[in-house]
Design a binder for this molecule. Sequence first.
Ligand code: SAH
Length: 280
Amino acid sequence: MTVYHDPFGFYQPLYVDKARFYGNFAIQHFLSADLQPYFAINFFAGCFMAIKCFAVIYDFKQLMVKIDDTFRHQGMRRKLVAEIKQKGITDENVLDAIGSIPRHLFMDNSFIQFAYIDKAFPIASGQTISQPYTVAFQTQSLQIKKFDKVLEVGTGSGYQSAVLCKMGATVFTIERQRALYEFAQNLLPSLGYRPQFFYGDGYLGLPTYGPFDKIIVTAGASFVPEPLKQQLKVGGIMVIPVGKSDLQIMKIITRISETEYTEDDKGGFIFVPLLTGLSD
Ligand code: SAH
């Protein structure tokens, strides 16, 4: 199945009107083609209008973002969902999101066969798209509810942001690699997901947009950045992998009052490092 997505939703009526206009003319000319002595004129005018009509349809398709999500991809996604369910993911909304988002579009075309294997995979700028199980685990830990205001540190490919958007969260995502920031900013809206994108240093969070109901850090930190703790609402949850470069412990931090936090450790994971500053 190939879906042509209209990123802004306003091209379609415009192009349908245009195609209908030329189509009607073509039909009228063909219908009057038997009127002598104008047969040739009407016939050629009809052909011309028909060609114009097809050209408009072709133009429209070119304008649209072509999304190839075949039954084969959908089948592979169902298997992936079954696999992460078996590994302990129970939140149906998380499973639904993983089952419906075409992960292969977040990776380079030549690696499409790896898109539905439960593994992290290299993307641009020496970074990785997180393992689907890890995405599901972090998202499930956040107990996402519709309209939750979520800060993501480490946009990367944008896949995690898409999962959060799909679940109805209002997402603010920040990335320090310019190429990735631009990639995700182009891809996500074309799939219908509209987080707010920021090019910046996630260590600092987004003080002017906070506080947040939930914060997710998708790179390994050597400590929990204080600004992120401060930008968490009371009752809010942060999920952050903390440790050395070869292994981090997933920490679930809950802010229980203005000054108090609880911390829960949830096992070892490996992420690319959380770095300071910007790529350029
Ligand atoms: N959530 C991503 C995973 C990307 S890997 C996905 O779904 O694909 C982690 C990302 O964190 C990398 O893109 C890396 O560039 C970014 N990162 C590392 N340190 C950062 C920082 N201080 N601020 C913002 N992004 C950071």
